[in-house]
Design a protein around this ligand. Structure first.
Ligand code: ZN
Length: 300
């Protein structure tokens, strides 16, 4: 049978002149879990000593703030700070929650934590960040924290943004006109796509070079998985198509430079369109009345 020993808190939270004793919950309550100790009332709290100790150190003026690094620590302290209305501590923990290192490694986990703690703005921020990840390929254990409805909302958001990003690629009228090499090249060894190529592309481009159209098809697939400007900027996607372009005496001269510029413009356009759709889907996290001007501006 496991036994738990009650230990005193370290200095300065072991004052002999204290008026009350706070008992944290690091394990099952001991058998002698009295109401009093040495004549002092005992107040039991649900938090573990590491969490409650951190709260005290943040509040107490003569000790350094505790070092907080791990996500689990941040979540524990944030949950307690929200519970006890410790706004300053909660604000600091919310900032730590949205550190890039956490968002980059598992944005769905941050989304789930934010939903669980009912932090709508943070959930929306994490949802935006998760667009950089093919979320269906990376199930997060943190999904156990949220409801099926909350996960469904995230999937719908991804789907809408994917369709939007794909529509940007399909309708190049959204981009400024430019004289890229794949429009101008007429070299006999460089295959082109007929001007009546399916999709809106045919309306804007006459006989573009095939290597570029093939790139757009591949990019479109990637954008449905990762609908954000960063995907358009991903140079690893371009690599194989630039190898094909390098075989053309005309395209080889400027293909890399032109495609890099095109991708920057495309990425900018996609991100702007997604900011727009993010504003429109405020219902995503429970708002049903979009006339409430309750849009969230995400600082991307
Ligand atoms: Zn060419």
């Amino acid at each position: 049978m496991i036994s738990y020993e009650i230990t005193d808190a370290p200095t300065p939270f072991d004052d002999e002149d204290a008026d009350v004793i706070v008992r944290t919950c690091d394990g099952p309550a001991p058998d002698d879990d009295d109401e009093q100790r040495d004549g002092l009332p005992i107040v039991r709290v649900e938090e573990q000593s590491s969490v409650f100790g951190a709260l005290l150190r943040f509040c107490y003026p003569q000790v350094d703030d505790p070092p907080i690094g791990a996500l689990d620590e941040i979540v524990g302290i944030l949950r307690a700070a929200l519970k006890y209305d410790l706004d300053v501590i909660a604000r600091r923990m919310k900032q730590l929650l949205l550190q890039p290192k956490f968002l980059e490694s598992d944005p769905v986990r941050i989304y789930a934590i934010a939903c669980h703690l009912k932090l709508r703005e943070h959930a929306e921020f994490a949802a935006r960040y998760s667009l950089r990840t093919p979320i269906l390929e990376h199930p997060s254990k943190a999904l156990e924290m949220i409801s099926g409805l909350e996960y469904h909302r995230l999937l719908v958001y991804h789907k809408q943004c994917g369709e939007l990003a794909s529509s940007v690629v399909a309708n190049l009228d959204l981009l400024p006109r430019s004289s890229y090499v794949w429009y101008k090249c007429r070299h006999s060894t460089c295959p082109s796509v007929p001007s009546m190529h399916s999709g809106n592309l045919s309306l804007t481009v006459s006989s573009p070079r095939k290597w570029w159209v093939d790139y757009l098809v591949r990019l479109d697939t990637e954008l449905l998985q990762r609908p954000c400007g960063d995907t358009a900027l991903d140079s690893s996607i371009r690599k194989g198509f630039l190898s094909v372009a390098a075989k053309c005496p005309t395209c080889s001269l400027v293909a890399a430079q032109d495609l890099a510029h095109f991708c920057k413009v495309l990425a900018f356009t996609i991100d702007n369109e997604i900011i727009d759709v993010s504003r429109r889907v405020c219902w995503l996290f429970g708002l049903t009345d979009i006339s409430q001007n309750a849009y969230i501006e995400l600082p991307f």
